[in-house]
Design a protein around this ligand. Structure first.
Ligand code: MG
Length: 251
């Protein structure tokens, strides 16, 4: 009995395979070409890190028109100078006025050149980039400065350590290129697909399609609650870390 079932399955598989092959034999190379829609044409930046033509410029070094203070919602009190914006410690975080779903984000950042040797770990140039105001890509001076692995530069704070430490010296400009896929929820608010993030630090992949289990929590484990879009939020952690050339492309 078992044998006959197996031979029926084998027969069916052979028939399916032969049918697929017969179908393939009828096709031409052109039958698998896609012409419509055509690929949208944009202008790439003229150097690495430069914004392409379809990017939304979030900060071009001149003003904070795209940003608001998280405390109170008025203008941010961070300092704009020499094409950069620097955290005004204890003025609070700032966030974009616009909200985003899936995106590619470019951010350049610099931790203070002057380092107090007495200050170590999380105290050196700490800031952060909160994707959709929820998931912190850590900004920290980890050049010859040790802290917990899932809290250092390039980590998804308290969720995922970076693959390597690609930090430059304090006072040098560094880059993050972040590709983010937002989570999808069903009508009941349960996660259908979690969020994913890829982070490239100074040209080096430090997060490779990392799964995000929920918003960053300082204490305890993340809890995923349904939402749609969210802003980009930059953290005031009491250090004078600077940012420049921030742009985003919705995907
Ligand atoms: Mg931080």
């Amino acid at each position: 009995m078992k044998k006959s079932i197996l031979s029926i399955i084998a027969l069916l598989l052979t028939a399916t395979f032969s049918f697929a092959q017969a179908q393939n034999n009828k096709k031409t190379p052109e039958s698998t070409e896609v012409w419509d829609p055509a690929v949208r044409i944009i202008q790439a930046g003229d150097q690495p890190g430069a914004a392409p033509s379809d990017a939304i410029i979030l900060f071009d070094g001149k003003n904070l028109d795209q940003w608001v203070a998280v405390n109170g919602g008025g203008p941010s009190k961070w300092t704009v100078k020499d094409n950069a914006v620097t955290v005004s410690p204890r003025s609070g975080d700032m966030k974009t006025k616009l909200e985003f779903g899936d995106f590619q984000l470019h951010v350049e950042w610099r931790t203070p050149a002057e380092v107090d040797p007495k200050v170590t770990g999380q105290g050196r140039g700490n800031s952060g980039i909160f994707l959709q105001e929820r998931y912190e890509v850590q900004v920290l001076d980890n050049y010859e400065n040790v802290t917990y692995s899932n809290g250092q530069a390039g980590s998804i704070y308290k969720q995922s350590m970076p693959l390597v430490n690609a930090c430059k010296k304090p006072g040098e400009w560094q880059t993050y290129d972040i590709i983010f896929t937002a989570p999808r929820f069903n009508k009941e608010g349960r996660v259908l697909l979690p969020a994913y993030v890829t982070v490239i630090h100074n040209g080096v992949v430090v997060q490779n399609h990392t799964t995000l289990w929920g918003p960053t929590e300082y204490i305890g484990l993340p809890v995923n609650k349904p939402y749609e879009k969210g802003p980009i939020r930059l953290q005031d952690h009491g250090n004078t870390t600077s940012f420049r050339n921030i742009w985003i492309r919705e995907l």
